[in-house]
Design a protein around this ligand. Sequence first.
Ligand code: ARG
Length: 463
Amino acid sequence: MDKLWGGRFQGKNEQWIDEFGASISFDQKLAEQDILGSLAHVRMLANTEILPAEEAQQIISGLEKLQQRLKDGTLHFSVANEDIHLNIEKMLHEEIGSVAGKLHTARSRNDQVATDMHLYLKETVLEIIDKLHHLRTTFVNKATEHVATIAPGYTHLQHAQPISFGHHLLAYYQMLTRDYERFSESVKRIDLSPLGSAALAGTTFPIDRQFTATELGFTNVYANTLDAVSDRDFILEFLSNASFLMMHLSRFCEEIILWCSYEFQYIELTDTFSTGSSIMPQKKNPDMAELIRGKTGRVYGHLFGLLTLMKGLPLAYNKDFQEDKEGMFDTSETILACLSIIDGMVQTMNVNKARMYAATQNDFSNATELADYLAAKGLPFRQAHEIVGKLVLRCTQQGGYLQDIPLQEYQTISPLIEEDIYDALRPETAVKRRNSLGGTGFDQVQQQIEVAMAQLQAEKNQP
Ligand code: ARG
């Protein structure tokens, strides 16, 4: 079959080499964007009188037919036509004849492919921003149900201090808010049109780049044509933001997986988000959470793949760029799916409050309370720490916990300790009293919820 770029070639093509060079198996995902880009381009060619109006109209009608066929699923892509751009052009030729050849006036596949990817990514990122808003709302709603739910707080995965479970959920709200902001701030760097840069140097035709940018809904145009066709920063930034997001989701999934285990039993996932075992009938595995944790690896991989691909490339276009797409598609699809799954999982998970509370009962997570109690009565904190440490050791040797030590014994250790110590040692008191800004105290958690809700509301009101 004749190549659209075949003029200067004499040798015949080899199927297996064509296959190696082709991208149509994956870049057909850009078909819609490619046709939109061509429509904008040909309208501009008519508007600037580079093409006569009737020829432009023939091309527009042909492209609109292809748009319809894409919807109907009747476009037939072929490896012989290499990539999405040449496939569409070939099919346009089949629809309208040789006038199709005028579409590529003042254009190159280099600015065409960059335009397609900007269009694709802008849509994806706006969708991600939307889903992140929704997921953050889910976290805040769940936190609202659990302001007063007492849970063990951990450091080193050891019981540290009791906290409000709502506080724990709100920590994820904050992480996801940073992700939301990162994606939102990246939009202005995606929302740029490379179209009209042609191969690298611009064109001799009197084109109107602002016209095509506006047609395609881009806010601005790239200032430098060489940069426009060579830039993949917008994809790298996307992959980097996606990596942060996946890292956060993965951390949460790791906690979900722990909390579902027999040892913890802090939460139970609904059947929808769990799977069974083909051999062990009792099993209810948190597969969806494990998969999200697992998929984080491929997203990081795509980021490093593209960073490595870019680091040695001279300006402007290099065929290496063709390798930028699969990672972008895969990351987009992965992120969108993970956001939906985790949202449903958080909404429907059952929190075992009694179990969480019990975990803060027979432990030493109230040790800081006793030290703080003594420090508040004037004992230097370091001395208080030492005394409590000794008491914990005594308990581990003789059995029992701090709340089980009789007052008499306490008073032989320090006359500062009075009857009210037993209330101070209760997990509820411990949580309630941590009322410093951003802390786990019930009032502080409630305050954080109000700020979060106002934030979410303000985002909704944005244009
Ligand atoms: N399929 C190519 C890619 O994805 C399109 C651009 C081809 N440009 C070129 N000069 N060969 O990068």
